[in-house]
Design a binder for this molecule. Structure first.
Ligand code: 5GP
Ligand code: MN
Length: 327
């Protein structure tokens, strides 16, 4: 088995040996996905390499303060008629999470897969998978520390810090290690403004968020002696309030943070017959294992999957599985 150091060395070689990269992350990107894509972009720019940044959909507006954010192409709006041989995927647990970007890969495409999800399927030609890392940007930090020390600059530092901040929930989750805080401290030496970053990345909520929160709270239910709390967002509620995905972001925290709740769940109807499920564990329950049963994945304390069926069916199937796990 390859060590982490060996994997980082292989990744640096992949980057040094090639050019004209496609840099991608997962569907419905978060702060780590967006920060990681932009960190790779800053690194490639420093190395004088050319690249294109593409996501299947839109990147969250709250991260638009990051330098280079507008370079991330939303493929659903802007077609790209180019094919790439060298692909760098960051924060992507499996190929399905890449979304509909397959047509951008050439037939002989080679992929560098950098990720921290324990459920990662190692789908790249080169794989740097470190489940102990709090964020994918932590791995990118290690990569730069070890092989591209000269690349460190404020823009790179800000992108790395943002992924670390968001994937640790503002340095609060169990993945907030000594190393995480050392890395954060080091990154702050690049004159970052941590209060500004936290405000944009974590704290600011939209008026749309408040609108959909009011409706979602009406759907809050409990199960199994309040060990499980569920909230749902129907298509009807989304249409009625006129909110978009950015507005719905963060709702799963409400059921999850209630005292005594072990598993918090948000069920979001994304289209007719398709429900996106978010799971959060506040205890020993491993929600990644539950998500995997339904074809999804993630981390022990934060995971998700997409369910084919109605909101009611998704809820029923999930509760049946949770009963097994909790009893
Ligand atoms: P969220 O609930 O915020 O969408 O996702 C929480 C965590 O689970 C993230 O780390 C995310 O990457 C992962 N995740 C969410 N949905 C899926 C999915 O459908 N498949 C996989 N493999 N991981 C997912
Ligand atoms: Mn991540």
């Amino acid at each position: 088995m390859q060590t982490y150091r060996q994997a980082l060395a292989q990744a640096s070689q992949f980057i040094k040996d090639h050019d004209q990269f496609l840099v991608v992350s997962h569907v419905n990107p978060d702060g780590d996905a967006t920060g990681s894509v932009l960190a790779v972009a800053h690194l490639l720019h420093f190395l004088g390499k050319s690249y294109m940044l593409v996501n299947e959909g839109a990147s969250p507006r709250r991260f638009s303060f990051l330098k280079g954010f507008e370079q991330i192409i939303n493929l659903s709006e802007t077609p790209v008629d180019q094919r790439f041989r060298y692909v760098i995927a960051v924060d992507v647990a499996d190929q399905e999470r890449l979304g509909e970007i397959g047509p951008l890969f050439s037939d002989d495409a080679e992929l560098l897969n950098i990720d921290h999800h324990p459920t990662n399927t190692r789908f790249g030609q080169v794989n740097v998978i470190q489940p102990e890392a709090a964020s994918t940007t932590e791995i990118l930090y290690d990569l730069c520390q070890r092989h591209f020390q000269q690349a460190f600059a404020p823009d790179l530092a800000e992108a790395l810090y943002t992924g670390l901040l968001t994937d640790t929930g503002g340095f609060r989750y169990a993945n907030t290690t000594h190393k995480v805080l050392e890395m954060a401290a080091d990154l702050l030496t690049y004159n970052l403004r941590p209060a500004k970053i936290a405000q944009y990345a974590l704290e600011t909520i939209t008026t749309g968020h408040i609108k959909i929160l009011k409706q979602a709270l009406d759907t809050l239910t409990f199960a199994y002696e309040q060990q499980v709390a569920l909230m749902s967002v129907s298509l009807e509620a989304i249409h009625q309030t006129g909110v978009d995905r950015d507005d719905i972001d963060g709702l799963v925290g409400y059921p999850s943070n209630i005292a005594g709740v072990k598993v918090g769940i948000l069920l979001k109807e994304v289209e007719q017959g398709q429900v996106k499920v978010s799971l959060r564990s506040r205890d020993t329950v491993n929600v990644a294992e539950i998500a995997q049963v339904f074809g999804g994945g993630g981390h022990a304390k934060a995971a998700g999957f997409t369910y084919r069926g109605t909101l009611a069916e998704a809820k029923q199937a999930l509760l049946a599985k949770l009963e097994e796990v909790l009893h």
